[in-house]
Design a protein around this ligand. Structure first.
Ligand code: NAD
Ligand code: TYD
Length: 375
């Protein structure tokens, strides 16, 4: 079996579901269930004997040691992290605790376990650390995309804490020989994405007739990858990756944020058109001009609101994913057009999931993040 940490979060839960779509090998999920962990994502596995869920912290050495001794996993995939840049700006402490101290404690427990293995159990063991392109910092227009040898220049408390965890993982390979693999991926999107991140926030707000807050000039560029493509890449690195190596994963989809928001609005205009006179329509540009048979159709675009920028906002990320393609034969299956359409449709079909995550803590967070930004 394999141990998956952070498996109740956005990418982790997609990974567990994707794993069982391809394997019968059991998974132990270890997750602290922070605001971002949601067991509803794994509801389809409730009675599946292949999935064992354990509520706990990667930093709890005693717990992790016990789980390793009891289940003897052949691999660990480490997704567990605090993952939202804006939250790291408002309060970096949790990021330091989980992403740095937690990863250190996890590595210590794993090192002890792995040192006690023998034969094929030892040589076949893998620790795969899931990281981000944000550790490389920001690119200017025209700069080449991040390769695996790009210098680390993290700019936010989030990316700095992930960079530190990457360095610890690297050091455990070089110093102790721990068989590690590291992946640095670009921005993911898809089902089960918590609606504090750009794409799900825009979909959820638009459907509620709320403003679509675009930071600064909206010209920041991210390289978007459909989450199931990321999951496939991780399966591929776990199966075939060379020990101690880093693999950058990306979708070759550089888009400015404003373009993303326009695309989401256009898909919603097509799939869930605004009805003149509806609450959402009233919230947009339609409100000043009562509809006539010749009025232009109302569009979700009218909800776009430019707000004050994120401090230290990285301008551009882009991933050079040629190494993983060349060495391991992985390529994304989705284009941005197919992936974003599936994503918008998923949110339309799963509004119950959305209302369930919009709990008290989510609402408090939204108030804290957007209060005082103005327009
Ligand atoms: P997420 O915030 O949705 O999920 C994180 C999960 O980790 C949650 O289920 C949470 O409960 C759990 N967790 C947090 N602290 C924990 C702890 N101390 N012990 C055990 N579990 C804990 O994040 P995500 O978007 O799914 O990202 C997963 C991983 O992928 C992270 O390491 C992130 O840095 C990395 N990553 C994310 C993206 C992206 O676009 N979302 C891109 C590249 C890399
Ligand atoms: P986000 O989804 O938070 O991912 P990351 O910061 O890890 O790239 O943000 C993606 C981009 O969208 C980033 O440039 C910030 C921007 N953004 C907005 O313009 N408005 C928002 O409300 C949010 C959450 C993000």
């Amino acid at each position: 079996m394999i141990l998956v940490t952070g498996g109740a979060g956005f990418i982790g839960s997609n990974f567990v579901l994707d794993w069982f779509a391809h394997h019968d090998e059991a998974v132990i999920g270890l997750d602290k269930l922070t605001y971002a962990g949601n067991l509803e994502n794994l509801a389809s596995l409730k009675d599946d004997p292949r999935h064992i869920f354990v509520h706990g912290d990667i930093g709890d050495v005693e717990l992790v040691t016990r789980l390793l001794a009891q289940y003897r996993p052949r691999a660990i995939v480490n997704f567990a992290a605090e993952s939202h840049v804006d939250r790291s700006i408002h309060g970096p402490e949790d990021f330091i605790q989980t992403n740095i101290v937690g990863t250190f404690h996890l590595l210590e427990a794993v090192r002890t376990y792995w040192s006690g293995l023998t034969g094929e159990e030892k040589t076949g063991f893998r620790f795969l650390h899931v990281s981000t392109d944000e550790v490389y910092g920001s690119l200017a227009k025209g700069d080449p995309a991040f390769s695996e040898t790009h210098r680390y220049e993290p700019n936010s408390p989030y990316s700095a804490s992930k960079a530190a965890s990457d360095h610890l993982v690297r050091a455990y390979h070089h110093t102790y020989g721990l068989p590690v693999l590291t992946t640095n991926c670009s921005n993911n999107y898809g089902p089960y994405h918590f609606p504090e991140k750009l794409i799900p926030l825009m979909i959820v707000n638009a459907l509620a007739g709320k403003p679509l807050p675009v930071y600064g000039d909206g010209q920041q560029i991210r390289d978007w990858l459909y989450v199931r493509d990321h999951c496939a890449a991780i399966r591929c690195v776990l199966a075939k990756g060379r020990l101690g190596e880093v693999y950058n994963i990306g979708g070759w989809n550089e888009k400015a944020n404003i373009e993303i928001v326009h695309t989401v609005c256009a898909l919603l205009d097509e799939l869930r058109p605004l009805k003149p006179g509806s609450r959402e329509w009233e919230a947009g540009s339609g409100k000043d001009t009562p509809p006539t048979p010749h009025s232009p159709l109302p569009t979700y675009r009218s909800l776009i609101t430019f707000v004050a920028d994120r401090p230290g906002h990285d301008r551009r990320y882009a991933i050079d994913a040629r190494k993983i393609e060349r060495e391991l034969g992985w390529k994304p299956a989705e284009t941005f057009e197919t992936g974003i359409r599936k994503t918008v449709q998923w949110y339309l079909d799963n509004q119950g999931w959305v209302s369930n995550v919009q709990s008290g803590s989510y609402r408090q967070w939204v108030e804290k993040n957007y209060a005082g930004r103005g327009e």
